[in-house]
Design a protein around this ligand. Sequence first.
Ligand SMILES: Cc1cc2nc3c(=O)[nH]c(=O)nc-3n(C[C@H](O)[C@H](O)[C@H](O)COP(=O)(O)OP(=O)(O)OC[C@H]3O[C@@H](n4cnc5c(N)ncnc54)[C@H](O)[C@@H]3O)c2cc1C
Length: 329
Amino acid sequence: MNSFELITPASLAHAATLLEDGGRIAIAGGVDVVDLLKLNLIAPTAIVDLSGLAELQGIQARPDGGLRIGALTRLAEVGEHPQIRERFTAVSMAAAEAATPQIRNLGTVGGNLLQRPRCWYFRNPDIRCLKKGGDKCYALGGLNRYHSILGGGPSFIVHPSSLAPALIALGGSARIVGPQSERTVALEKFFALPAVNLAAENTLKPGEVIVEINLPAPPRGARSVYLEVREKQSFDWALVSVAVMLAMGPGSTVQDARIVMGAVAPIPWRSPEAEAILKGGALDRKRADLAAEAALKHAQPMSDNAYKVTIAKVLIRRAALCAAGIEAA
Ligand SMILES: Cc1cc2nc3c(=O)[nH]c(=O)nc-3n(C[C@H](O)[C@H](O)[C@H](O)COP(=O)(O)OP(=O)(O)OC[C@H]3O[C@@H](n4cnc5c(N)ncnc54)[C@H](O)[C@@H]3O)c2cc1C
């Protein structure tokens, strides 16, 4: 590990100015940053500690019925927050299931969205894969059990965040402050496919800091669910996760639907095809099956990860039925 300076910025503006220098990196809970340092995957000249910035703290109800979640909010707090649990259930379920109690007490919402991929080729300091400036994604023709089935490469990482699919299913956006200006971006548009940017998984620019995530008021009759399957019940990332938000009308009619999968593509993967099947009709098991089939229609599994297609279909079916209050068979 190289030696680096640790800087405590005096303000948010100061942090943004410091981070404009691409040789520096922000730290929040430090769960992923410390891992990356230890693996020598990053060698910053300085680490800018965001943890004292008041603007990034807290959870507040918004006057329009939505919710503001500061970027420094710990996953544990998101998982346990009564309002999030009741009105933004998928977000609470995703946060409460992520990682371990210790990591949830340290890891923050901003850091969770920005954590780097878990791909074993990417994390191996001795391998110069496509994402690290090499000429090849080793998952193709290599060990690809945990890699993507959607998104089309040329790098086959999956996005590891549990929170991201749930926040996207609920229409979340990020308020981002940079050295000169600020912007708000729908989280659905925040992440970047490898075909757009091989080096980064999102559109955050040097100097930009995520200040908060905003969730709009859920539509009338909204219910949301997050489900995941992982290899072991203790700490692990999801093999596949699914977040579903349904706005239900009379007689099990679906007025609106948002379906987002995690761990199947290099970005959280929304399925407009599946949503279209659910919208406007009464939800039953058959329609849930059709939606699941549509969501995975374009999946292109590799040698070891076709099982993800099956899991994703089962989770979509279960999550949709569960959000509609129908027992899955
Ligand atoms: C054993 C284990 C199991 C895990 N299981 C899961 C799981 O099931 N699901 C899951 O989602 N995650 C899982 N994780 C990952 C963990 O949740 C994340 O690493 C953690 O949430 C990162 O948050 P942090 O605050 O520690 O981020 P840091 O490590 O501090 O930062 C991560 C990245 O975000 C940047 N950053 C942080 N905050 C900001 C900000 N506000 N603005 C701009 N940049 C910022 C940093 O520069 C860095 O690039 C697991 C981790 C471990 C070690």
